[in-house]
Ligand binder design. Structure first.
Ligand SMILES: [Fe+2]
Length: 318
């Protein structure tokens, strides 16, 4: 039987480290359990990012989250990239390294999008083999996240949750359950997000992600530019119950508010699971109103600048 969280620690309630918050964090040393860093922002850079990170790792636990591993690509694994990941993990004493169940490019090109995979036996064999190779090289388990998706493949022969479960068990990797991504993908593909979460191997879930999104009516886009919606909070409560609790991280990547607002959102997660003291239905809206009025220049929180992405909602890709 697999040890809970693969034996990795529950770090508590963390915040995604973003450049805009550097001055606040360095000056105020906020009482945050841990930070998640985007690996690519630090692996090639010296200068200020590394100087700031040096101070962060002296005071906080850090986890590395990458966006370029491209574990599903047909390109060969990039061992230069893996080497940089390993070096950064040693330098930061990262609790673990995560990335996504996706591909980001082919023929050496990085498209900088987390693209979905066809969920079938051929893809499974390919991805499991590459995860094993990467883990052997990194000398630690990978923790892989379910992406938000907007298309499905006619070549898929199994559900995403069956694919992810078999992938994790056959490669012995960990899972990062992005609860918002479950909600977004299930809305876009007319699936039940509770089925998704109930069907995963809960002992392999090492971390949760929470984030806001943009509801376009017919589809949802994973914009990370807003508060977590009530339905995602409810799914988070379910995921917490099924896993017994794992490290929880709040992501906010566009229209980023003050650090205390972002931190407050992950502390809401703590309150929800510790004593259920948050009233979901009103809290998110009240918070959203207060932020919107704090900065009228930012305009409405549900951004009208998000494109109407017919391309995102094509039901099937051959
Ligand atoms: Fe995420």
């Amino acid at each position: 039987m697999t040890e809970a969280r693969l034996g990795l620690p529950n770090l508590g309630f963390g915040v995604g480290l973003r450049t805009t918050h550097y001055p606040h964090i360095l000056k105020h040393k906020p009482d945050v359990d841990w930070f998640e860093i985007i690996s690519e922002n630090y692996m090639d850079s010296g200068g200020r990012p590394r100087q700031v990170l040096e101070q962060i790792v002296e005071q906080y636990k850090v986890v590395m989250h990458g966006v370029s591993l491209s574990i599903g690509s047909t390109d060969p694994l990039n061992f230069e990239y893996l080497g940089k990941l390993k070096t950064l993990a040693e330098w930061t004493n990262a609790a673990w390294i995560s990335d996504h169940v996706c591909w980001t490019g082919v023929n050496g090109l990085n498209g900088h999008d987390l693209l979905p995979l066809p969920y079938n036996e051929e893809t499974l064999r390919h991805v499991v083999s590459r995860i094993k190779t990467a883990q052997d090289f990194l000398e630690r388990p990978l923790v892989l996240e379910n992406p938000s998706t907007y298309v499905t493949f006619t070549d898929s022969t199994m559900s995403e949750w069956d694919f992810v479960t078999r992938m994790a068990e056959e490669s012995d990797c960990g899972l990062l359950l992005d609860v918002n991504n479950v909600y977004v993908s299930c809305f876009n593909h007319d699936l039940d997000p509770e089925d998704f979460i109930r069907s995963l191997p809960h002992e392999r879930i090492v971390q949760f992600h929470l984030a806001g999104h943009t509801d376009c009516g017919t589809h949802i886009i994973d914009t990370h530019d807003n508060f977590v919606v009530d339905k995602v909070w409810e799914l988070y409560q379910l995921a917490h119950k099924l896993t017994g609790g794992v490290s929880t991280l709040l992501e906010w990547d566009a229209q980023i508010p003050d650090f205390d607002v972002v931190h407050g959102e992950v502390l809401k997660a703590r309150d929800l699971i510790q004593d259920g003291s948050v009233t979901l239905d009103t809290q998110s809206r009240a918070d959203a109103d207060s932020v919107a009025s704090d900065d009228p220049a930012q305009g409405p929180r549900r951004s009208a600048t998000v494109p109407q992405p017919a391309v995102f909602v094509a039901a099937e890709v051959e």
